[in-house]
Ligand binder design. Structure first.
Ligand code: PLP
Length: 263
């Protein structure tokens, strides 16, 4: 009989187009050799052209999914994606206090790449005050940095300032992703633990199909945290993984296709 692989829980929304959200998470977790589990937070109506609507799962059902898998299967690491509302964030924060979920990665998903809102306005404060202090790592892109801190990042120096502002909100580590710093010829991500800045530099590909890239990165990082890797090691793995996944992205439908964890 085969042994049980490390177990990772994603607390995230469904993308009916299969590009982002929990579908991207499960695909990535499988490719990384770990067992993926899901606490579904919302069901989006989505294709390659964008999100046209979503419905939220009741907060107590989100919490019950987390507790059901944690009390039987066990969770070696957990990550969050689209959390939709302040009430769901409150339920998630309470659930991860009640049951052990291991290292906890918070990807503060606020909007889709097409600009559709995936988080209610009043939920940003819940993210800052309830989830960030519980997080091992938070992984905002530059749009999320602006929403969370008010800092408009225009340079690599601004990325460091943003990392300090986010770290003050309570997470152990912050990864400020530089993918949206379009003028930068390379793609720099800044990792910060309150003491040391670690710079991760990668190529910038001029590609259209990048749907689900944030989810894929956070899932790849979580897979390594579940194996017991420290945060810098897990983030370096995730960075390498997402660079390869962007290079392997494929067209789908009439809009934006997904990155692919199979390369
Ligand atoms: N839909 C869901 C359910 C998501 O979780 C996300 C991102 O996390 C998106 C859409 C947006 O993905 P993208 O920014 O790649 O469009």
């Amino acid at each position: 009989m085969a042994v049980t692989p490390p177990r990772v829980l994603t607390i995230a929304g469904s993308d009916s187009g299969g590009g982002a959200g929990l579908q991207a998470d499960l695909r990535t977790l499988f490719a990384c050799g770990v067992h993926g589990m899901t606490a579904v937070t919302a069901v989006t109506v989505q294709n390659s052209l964008g999100v046209t609507g979503y419905t939220e799962i009741p907060p107590e059902v989100v919490a019950a999914q987390i507790e059901a898998v944690a009390t039987d299967i066990g969770v070696d690491a957990a990550k969050t994606g689209m959390l939709a509302s302040a009430a769901i964030i409150e339920a998630v924060a309470a659930a991860v206090d009640r049951v052990p979920v291991g290292p906890f990665v918070v990807d503060p998903v606020a909007a889709s790449m097409h600009g559709q809102q995936l988080l209610a306005d009043d939920a940003l404060q819940a993210l800052r005050t309830l989830l960030f202090p519980r997080a091992t790592l938070v992984t905002p892109n530059l749009d999320e940095v602006r929403l969370l801190t008010g800092i408009e990042v225009r340079s690599r120096a601004d990325q460091r300032k943003a990392a300090e502002a986010l770290h003050a909100m309570g997470p152990e580590w912050v990864l400020v992703k530089g993918g949206h710093l379009w003028d930068d010829p390379e793609c720099l991500d800044v990792l910060y633990d309150g003491a040391e800045f670690i710079e991760l530099l990668g190529p910038r590909y001029d590609v259209k199909h990048t749907h689900g890239s944030g989810d894929t990165l956070a899932s790849a990082i979580s897979s390594q945290l579940a194996r017991g890797a420290d945060v810098p090691t897990a983030v370096r793995f995730g960075k390498d993984f997402i660079v390869r996944s962007v290079a392997a992205a494929y067209p789908l439908g009439g809009g934006v296709g997904p990155v692919s964890p199979l390369w």
